[in-house]
Design a protein around this ligand. Structure first.
Ligand SMILES: *[C@@H]1O[C@H](CO)[C@@H](O)[C@H](O)[C@H]1NC(C)=O
Ligand SMILES: *[C@@H]1O[C@H](CO)[C@@H](O)[C@H](O)[C@H]1NC(C)=O
Ligand SMILES: *[C@@H]1O[C@H](CO)[C@@H](O)[C@H](O)[C@H]1NC(C)=O
Ligand SMILES: *[C@@H]1O[C@H](CO)[C@@H](O)[C@H](O)[C@H]1NC(C)=O
Ligand SMILES: *[C@@H]1O[C@H](CO)[C@@H](O)[C@H](O)[C@H]1NC(C)=O
Ligand SMILES: *[C@@H]1O[C@H](CO)[C@@H](O)[C@H](O)[C@H]1NC(C)=O
Ligand SMILES: *[C@@H]1O[C@H](CO)[C@@H](O)[C@H](O)[C@H]1NC(C)=O
Ligand SMILES: *[C@@H]1O[C@H](CO)[C@@H](O)[C@H](O)[C@H]1NC(C)=O
Ligand SMILES: *[C@@H]1O[C@H](CO)[C@@H](O)[C@H](O)[C@H]1NC(C)=O
Ligand SMILES: *[C@@H]1O[C@H](CO)[C@@H](O)[C@H](O)[C@H]1NC(C)=O
Ligand SMILES: *[C@@H]1O[C@H](CO)[C@@H](O)[C@H](O)[C@H]1NC(C)=O
Ligand SMILES: *[C@@H]1O[C@H](CO)[C@@H](O)[C@H](O)[C@H]1NC(C)=O
Length: 683
């Protein structure tokens, strides 16, 4: 009897910690099974009898002479293709398979692209009756919604059981692929879809660590070449990290560890699936490449081996990623183990601060924006932010050797950035102070200035938020520092900036128009994962590339809304290791109802917010025992009352009265972990 109880307890505990079933699992895009079939026929060329039968197993499709069928999986997927050939009429019969993420690049010769020019080759088999054909592991395709089956010869071939073995999130048993640890829901269906598409995008970018893109043509196929036909070879069998899985930039490409991307994909992974090992494996691969001067690589292997240079910003993003990994996991051993590397890296950045107080950037490498150099505002805002993280981590580790140094460097950057780079006429920071002064006011540096806390007042942050919004076009927020580009990566930081500036309604609007109306619902998209970049006029052209079919349609850096909706709309944030401290700071921004939850090793965190009269709201929240935190709400200009009830005790309610005319936020701190309901009533 005792044994039985004990086992029951263990099982119960395990289920509780690892996989609470998400209350909104119908929104999850992740397949239930690793074996997946197309859901419909997109197009038939030539003659194919029974083409649609392959959408349910086993089906039988008879391909006539010179025929081709395009299948639609209904969403972006990844994997290894298989099919059975049951009969063949003819002597020399071939079947080819190719893939495309966007309907734009469905092609009669091959796939969309991974190289700087040309199209990727199709996979071909000379076929015989009663045989099973499965692509080799290195020919797993990382992202596609459309799959073409070609029959190029004069006989007929009957094909059955066309399927894909789903290769993303290789660390997950099939039964746990949809076991998210986090959830989100609101009254806005577009935002609900956006949150879950972001989560799925990051799952698509979580790959077998031994299946990175081998980059066979990097540096040999140049972007200015014109290549006819689908002749570019490709394979995904490069070991980009140790361990089972790794979070990379994109599903189709580059399938590489890029530290900048993780600054967005990492937090969005945390709030949805909490697959932290895939992040750690990637960060470890970067840390191994740090040189004795402290420089960290622009990207992981094999890119790093090509010596393509150092990036001032991506170097710092690795440090931000290390901080975030520690924050989400509470893994103090990991932090201690890498603290010397962190300090050495930050020291390297500090060595580029000149007499102005700003870091002087000498290498152009960044997120493929143009004009990165000199006293660049983005690079300096990121350095300011990272120095403050360094101070926080040093205090956690009781290292007194660095905080005063970091803090004086940080205040020097803040003073100099506002003196030399602020343009009061535009209410934005200039890109840099190189003479003659540039008229370019970048999206990256201005968003980052707010995120980093580089602005000197709330009024200044509001002015930046308004000025950024004033530039929006029909397809989203522009990034003029990358040409006529919309960057879903930098726009992720812009979303955070609007929330932090107290303009949540702008963030809500941008997520709906840019991420839902365009990035999900435009028919050229996958309607399930988020694209890397596009043009301000809505063309699927991304200025840094000449080869449009190369653009990735599942790029983790485009998943900013997932963490932003949880952290800022629902306001569910952890501020100390694994949530030992937390903050509940909802910002409805016009939404009527928002709910979010997630788990850490300390337990479950959740919040549910409903709007009330005159901008008031009711907030239910729940945090684990032995933690503590803060409740924060925007101060209602008309005045009001905040009442906090502790559901788990008979303790007296906390009541905060607010006179009319106040501004900023009202915070109640020192709340012990537990179950609360709070009401903000506005006069
Ligand atoms: C089918 O034919 C159209 C028109 O020629 C072409 O654009 C398309 O790429 C073809 N599809 C396949 C899978 O060959
Ligand atoms: C069909 O494609 C295969 C593989 O590319 C090729 O070897 C064969 O010559 C092609 N046959 C015809 C008739 O085009
Ligand atoms: C292919 O045929 C084999 C043998 O008939 C069968 O075991 C297998 O399930 C089939 N595979 C697919 C993908 O239909
Ligand atoms: C393409 O660019 C490379 C340098 O990036 C240059 O050497 C080459 O001549 C260019 N080729 C063409 C066809 O313009
Ligand atoms: C990767 O796959 C290609 C194509 O099959 C092969 O030539 C190459 O040797 C493989 N590389 C590794 C590291 O396995
Ligand atoms: C895997 O770990 C070994 C031992 O630390 C290291 O030499 C190797 O570079 C690592 N591989 C990658 C891809 O990081
Ligand atoms: C480390 O890398 C940086 C950036 O690429 C380079 O400037 C520096 O010389 C390297 N230091 C050493 C000791 O190799
Ligand atoms: C300053 O910014 C402008 C606009 O981005 C750019 O053209 C210029 O090259 C930058 N200056 C330096 C030194 O990089
Ligand atoms: C914000 O913009 C307004 C309007 O241009 C201006 O009057 C005000 O001084 C600005 N405030 C700050 C702090 O930049
Ligand atoms: C995208 O998917 C949603 C369901 O998630 C569906 O309602 C919508 O019609 C789809 N949009 C397009 C353009 O396919
Ligand atoms: C909370 O902390 C106390 C004292 O350290 C400990 O006895 C108790 O088990 C902890 N509770 C939880 C749920 O961790
Ligand atoms: C809320 O109740 C819990 C459980 O009784 C208690 O530990 C905690 O201190 C209370 N918090 C406040 C702010 O009263």
């Amino acid at each position: 009897m005792a044994t039985v109880l004990y086992l029951y307890f263990l099982v119960g505990l395990c289920v509780h910690l690892a996989f609470t079933v998400s209350p909104y699992s119908t929104y999850i895009y992740t397949p239930e099974k690793r074996t997946i079939l197309p859901v419909s026929v997109h197009n038939i060329n030539g003659t194919c009898d029974g083409a649609a039968s392959l959408t349910s197993p086993p089906g039988a499709a008879q391909f006539g002479p010179a025929s081709a069928v395009t299948y639609d999986f209904g969403k972006n997927v990844a994997g290894i293709v298989s099919f059975n050939v049951t009969s063949v009429a003819g002597t020399d019969e071939y079947i080819g398979i190719s893939f495309s993420e966007s309907s734009l690049w469905i092609n009669s010769e091959g796939c969309d692209a991974t190289a700087d020019a040309g199209l990727d080759v199709a996979l071909w088999w000379k076929v015989a009756a009663n045989s099973l054909y499965t692509a080799a592991k290195e020919f797993q395709r990382g992202g596609f919604r459309y799959l073409n089956v070609y029959h190029n010869t004069s006989g007929t071939v009957t094909l059955e059981g066309l399927s894909i073995f789903f290769t993303a999130i290789p660390q997950k048993p099939e039964s746990e692929m949809r076991s998210y640890t986090g959830y989100f829901h609101s009254n806005d269906e577009q935002l609900n879809r956006v949150w879950y598409a972001g989560a799925y995008t990051n799952q698509m970018c979580t790959i077998d660590a031994q299946a990175g893109d081998s980059l066979v043509h990097l540096g040999t196929v140049m972007s200015n070449e014109s290549i006819s036909g689908a002749t570019i070879t490709w394979y995904n069998n490069y070991t980009v990290a140790n361990g089972t899985s790794v979070l990379v930039d994109g599903a189709k490409r580059d399938r590489l560890v890029w530290p900048g991307d993780i600054a967005i994909s990492g937090p969005s992974t945390f709030v949805s699936t909490n697959d932290m090992d895939a992040i750690k494996n990637g960060l470890d691969s970067l840390l191994l490449l740090q040189n004795s001067s402290g420089a960290l690589p622009y990207a992981g292997v094999p890119f790093a081996e090509l010596g393509l240079g150092f990036s001032f910003t991506y170097h710092l993003y690795s440090l931000i990623d290390i901080h975030d990994y520690y924050l989400y996991t509470g893994d103090i051993d990991y932090l201690s183990r890498n603290w010397a590397a962190f300090k050495l890296a930050l020291e390297y950045s500090l060595s580029f601060i000149d007499s102005t107080g700003l870091q002087y950037v000498t290498k152009p490498n960044d997120w493929l924006r143009f004009g990165m150099g000199g006293h660049n505002i983005e690079a300096n805002a990121i350095l300011y932010y990272t120095l403050n993280l360094g101070i926080k981590l040093a205090r956690i580790l009781n290292d007194n050797s660095v905080p005063s140094k970091y803090s004086s460097a940080a205040s020097g950057i803040k003073t100099a950035a506002n003196r030399l780079l602020w343009d009061p006429k535009m209410n934005l920071y200039r890109d840099n102070d190189t003479e003659p002064l540039t008229s370019l006011h970048p999206q990256d540096g201005n968003s980052w200035a707010i995120v980093a806390g580089l602005t000197e007042s709330t009024a200044q942050s509001i002015n930046i938020s308004d000025a950024l919004k004033a530039r929006w076009g029909p397809y989203g927020a522009p990034a003029p520092e990358a040409g006529a580009t919309v960057s879903p990566f930098i726009s992720g930081f812009e979303l955070q900036a609007h929330y932090l500036a107290g303009r949540p309604q702008y963030a809500v609007q941008l997520m709906k128009t840019m991420w839902a109306d365009f990035m999900l619902d435009d028919p050229r998209m996958t309607n399930s994962t988020f694209i890397e970049g596009y043009s301000t006029n809505g063309d699927l052209h991304y200025a840094p590339y000449t080869n449009d079919p190369r653009i990735s349609h599942a790029h983790g850096w485009a998943t900013g809304p997932t963490s932003t909706l949880t952290f800022h709309a629902a306001g569910l944030q952890i501020t100390g290791a694994a949530g030992s401290s937390w903050s509940i700071s909802p910002n409805l921004g016009g939404l009527i109802e928002v709910e979010a939850g997630y788990q850490t090793t300390l337990g479950s965190f959740s919040v549910k917010v409903n709007s009330g009269k005159n901008g008031g709201m009711s907030i239910e929240f729940n945090t684990p025992a032995n933690t503590s935190g803060v409740l924060s709400v925007a101060y209602p200009a008309a005045g009001g009352t905040l009442t906090i009830k502790n559901k788990s005790s008979k303790a007296k309610d906390i009541v905060v009265s607010m006179e009319p005319g106040g501004s900023g936020r009202v915070e109640v701190d020192g709340l012990a972990g537990g179950e609360y309901t709070a009401t903000l009533s506005v006069d």
